[in-house]
Design a protein around this ligand. Structure first.
Ligand SMILES: [Zn+2]
Length: 164
């Protein structure tokens, strides 16, 4: 008898074996969502901008040696903090304005850090260009250009490793 009870409980815990009592669409509380609901509404706003920014800037400027992209004077104090925050900086030495993305492969890309991460993740998982374009509100042509750019960068990275 005891063994039977344990068996019944285990069966209930299995995914897809939800009893009618647990799923009550007529109830007052919202009860669930389907993957399609997330898929239709998913956008860059679901992600944390700080996490995405940190990841990208760490990959690009990971060695911590940060300088003005124009005159190469090292950044300090406020300028350094603004740099890692992704804000615009005016170089005290040469007067040029720049951000952490200036003169990198992401310079002038017109996407925020969350959108850049989403674009890369979607390309990695083979999401169709038209779907990526819809979610990021960019053209399919832009998606295809980024795919070409990422592929070229990947090949260059592979060559660096081979040459080393
Ligand atoms: Zn400068």
């Amino acid at each position: 008898m005891e063994a039977l009870e344990i068996d019944a409980r285990n069966n209930c815990e299995r995914a897809g074996d939800v009893s009618a009592a647990e799923v009550d669409p007529a109830g007052e509380a919202p009860w669930a969502f389907a993957p399609g609901d997330v898929g239709r509404e998913f956008a860059a706003g679901f992600l944390d901008e700080g996490v995405c920014r940190w990841w990208i800037l760490n990959k690009i400027h990971g060695d911590g040696h940060v300088t003005c992209p124009e005159c190469h004077v090292p950044l300090t104090d406020v300028a350094l903090r603004r740099f890692w925050e992704g804000n615009r900086i005016c170089c005290r030495a040469c007067g040029k304005y720049f951000t952490a993305l200036t003169k990198t492969f992401l310079g002038g890309c017109h996407m925020n850090f969350r959108e850049i991460i989403l674009l890369a993740v979607f390309l990695h998982f083979g999401i169709p260009a038209r779907e990526i374009a819809r979610i990021l509100k960019i053209s399919t042509e832009t998606v295809r250009l980024w795919e070409i750019k990422f592929n070229a960068l990947n090949r260059m990275k592979g060559m660096e490793i081979t040459n080393a």
